[in-house]
Design a binder for this molecule. Structure first.
Ligand code: GLN
Length: 286
């Protein structure tokens, strides 16, 4: 009976210390049944095929594969994004950056945005969806990540002309001539985990998020130094840059940018009160 399937799954999730066992059980049953979680109740009856799908997904979850990477999508900000092994799973903390960027776009008549390390495209596409007249460019070193971002562009029913995606490595000087520059706004959630800390992260992150999306070099700040060096050439006069950072990194990142001709506007905390999003503005003189 479906009820016993549901309860049995909750019991196994509690035993394996899966966070939010009830919610996750409902979401997995919904995915196996091909319906929305809202439609799942204790009387939901699963077909034999759905039960088999559920068992396979439950076993993956018990091995700590993240739920979104099993069901293939994740809610972020106001929208739902395709996710897979090629992209970083969108995090609720990153929604802070999207909200701050939306506020700047609204107040400063921003027309173009560059997302450096777009991954699933969750930041860029959320902004394009909110602002139909905004043009967006997403770059990433990973071609498979860009394929996911393009799939998300279609999933969100955006006009294909609203965005361009380019595969490029920002440590290469080709980045300076990326099509569409200069941009009014740059957003980025770059890799920021110090290389030797990656192995101590949770299994869900270290085994299932791409290393490329996590590894910020020996002190975690390698990408910020490069972004500070190149962004004066990629931004319009008085353009803004919004960056996500790791816990305790903001105070080291701020001088990197102020020494490269940026004014620090403010730093915003995430949902846990950790400094997570830094806002800079390019000074007039450069
Ligand atoms: N921009 C994507 C995100 O914020 C990917 C970031 C990354 O891969 N470091 O989720």
């Amino acid at each position: 009976m479906a009820q016993s399937v549901y309860e049995e799954l909750i019991r196994r999730f509690i035993e394996a210390k899966i966070p939010s066992p009830r919610l996750e059980a409902r979401l997995l049953i919904a995915a196996a049944a091909g319906t929305d979680a809202d439609n799942i109740s204790s009387d939901t009856v699963l077909s034999d095929d759905a039960k088999k799908r559920l068992e396979k997904m439950a076993e993956e979850r018990l091995k700590h594969k993240p739920l979104d990477k099993i069901i293939g999508h994740k809610a972020f900000y106001k929208y739902d994004f395709i996710v897979n092994e090629n992209v970083l799973s969108p995090r609720p903390d990153t929604e802070i950056l999207v909200m701050a960027a939306a506020d700047i776009i609204h107040k400063h008549n921003v027309r173009s945005v560059l997302d450096m390390g777009t991954g699933s495209g969750c930041i860029l596409l959320s902004l394009l969806k909110d602002f139909p007249d905004l043009h967006g460019t997403g770059i990433d070193i990973s071609d498979t990540a860009l394929q996911t971002a393009r799939s998300n562009l279609k999933k969100l029913n955006l006009n294909l002309r609203q965005a361009d995606f380019f595969q490029t490595d920002w440590f290469n000087d080709h980045i300076l001539s990326v099509h569409g520059a200069p941009f009014d706004l740059i957003v980025s959630n770059p890799p920021y985990i110090p290389g030797d800390e990656i192995n101590s992260l949770d299994t869900e992150v270290k085994d299932f998020d791409p290393k490329l999306a996590l590894d910020g070099g020996s002190d975690g700040l390698k990408s910020y130094r490069r972004i500070a060096e190149i962004s004066p050439f990629l931004l319009s006069s008085k353009g803004f840059i919004l960056l996500e950072c790791g816990a305790g990194q903001a105070q080291d990142i701020i001088p990197i940018f102020t020494l490269n001709g940026f004014e620090h506007i403010k730093t915003l905390p995430d949902l846990a009160g950790i400094e997570r999003c830094i806002i800079f503005r390019k000074k007039d003189c450069i």
